[in-house]
Design a protein around this ligand. Structure first.
Ligand SMILES: [Zn+2]
Length: 269
């Protein structure tokens, strides 16, 4: 199970994972025998609720077709060997996961509260807070989609899978239409990580994710690098250091060429 944020997974997920571990790995077999036809889609599944707490929120999100629109966008672009599920879930924590056994992206309903708390400290108006929560949510979805694509398309990567998932999300948002704001909101959600701001310990260094502040700077760098004139304020207002900013256009260029290369055989058109 690949999560979005660092930290402990609740017992319920540990148990779920233990139960799923015994299943056979049929995904590998299907990927190997796949001849490149479009056999799969991102498919939105019903929310997984454990109590009455999020019934209303889940209903509202379903009516807004938030995940459905994201799935439609991905399906318009990608050729997939198998379906990949997407669903909201009550997780007991503000996080998101990709579960390779169920082949599905789980977006925790707790994220909406968790991120709201984070952004409420940094924005004044309700509109700004809502925009940041939604933007950060989008970044999180595409991060988990990154894990899903690495899994079903067997996308090669060096370094950490978590960084690969972040880079897919950054590329998809920044290179797509008007997604930079979401990438910035995603970056901010890392910058304001209260736990890490307080103290970094050995478990953070040992974690499979890069440090939150590193994720923040890399994302901000990619947005800045995508258009240094449009995003000059990121440097002027010291969202980035001068030293890193110099490399950002090259980092963004490499990001886009890498993903077009990696997904070349899987993009429609
Ligand atoms: Zn992840």
């Amino acid at each position: 199970m690949f999560s979005f944020f660092r930290g402990m997974r609740p017992l319920v997920f540990a148990l779920l994972l233990a139960g799923l571990m015994v299943q056979s790995h049929d995904s590998r077999a299907s990927a190997l025998s796949w001849a490149g036809e479009d056999l799969g889609d991102f498919v939105v599944r019903p929310a997984k609720l454990e109590s009455d707490t999020y019934v209303e929120l889940a209903q509202q999100l379903s009516e807004e077709r938030l995940l459905e629109d994201i799935a439609d966008g991905l399906n318009a672009w990608l050729i997939l060997p198998v379906d990949i599920g997407m669903r909201f879930a009550e997780c007991g924590q503000s996080n998101a996961f990709y579960d390779p056994n169920e082949r599905e992206v789980l977006m925790c309903l707790e994220l909406f509260e968790g991120e709201r708390e984070v952004f409420a400290a940094y924005y004044e108006t309700e509109e700004e807070i809502e925009g940041a929560v939604n933007g950060s949510f989008l970044f999180t979805v595409f991060h988990e989609v990154g894990h899903a694509l690495v899994d079903v398309l067997e996308i090669p990567f060096t370094g950490r899978e978590e960084d690969t998932a972040d880079s897919l999300a950054a590329w998809w948002l920044i290179d797509g239409d008007d997604g930079e704001e979401s990438a910035i909101a995603g970056a901010l959600s890392f910058y304001t990580d209260p736990e890490e701001a307080a103290e970094v310990d050995e478990s953070d260094f040992a974690d499979e994710h890069s440090l939150s502040q590193q994720r923040y700077y890399t994302l901000t760098c990619l947005v800045y690098g995508s258009d240094t004139d449009k995003y000059a304020n990121l440097l002027e207002e010291e969202w980035l250091t001068e030293a890193r900013a110099e490399q950002c256009p090259a980092e963004f260029e490499r990001l886009t060429s890498t993903w077009y290369t990696l997904l070349d055989a899987h993009l429609k058109e």
